[in-house]
Design a protein. Structure first.
Length: 131
């Protein structure tokens, strides 16, 4: 069993391609998402219109009803602050939401599953699986 945290890019790619998550993940994987990922997915719903809005909304509902959501708690905040300090010291800024996802994965000892591995490369204590 592998403890995984799905990145927003992975979920958006799955939604756009029509791939079901079951086809990509093993049955025994322990899979969660970060709370910030829910916000990012909901932005996509709010910005869509017509049939696309209802399809995206249904996708987000399915994801949230299927996968546990890891909250931004004190442990995540500590890891987030460390990752923020590291990227600032290195002079390699990262996306704010990506760092929250990385901190969530790190604090819960999970591997980030993403289609944008570069967003997470080189972050201490963060493991990445690229899809």
């Amino acid at each position: 069993m592998t403890a995984l945290l799905l990145d927003t890019t992975f979920l958006i790619d799955a939604e756009r391609s029509g791939n079901h998550l079951d086809g990509v993940l093993a049955d025994d994987d322990d899979v969660v998402i970060a709370a910030i990922t829910v916000a990012e997915l909901l932005v996509g719903v709010r910005l869509a219109s017509g049939r696309r809005k209802s399809e995206r909304g249904a996708f987000v509902e399915d994801v949230v009803s299927t996968l546990p959501v890891v909250a931004y708690d004190l442990a995540v905040a500590h890891d987030h602050s460390e990752l923020l300090a590291v990227v600032r010291q290195e002079g390699r800024p990262r996306g704010a939401h990506d760092l929250i996802i990385a901190a969530t994965a790190r604090s819960s000892s999970r591997v980030v599953v993403t289609t944008d591995a570069a967003a997470f490369e080189g972050l201490p204590g963060v493991s990445v699986r690229s899809h």
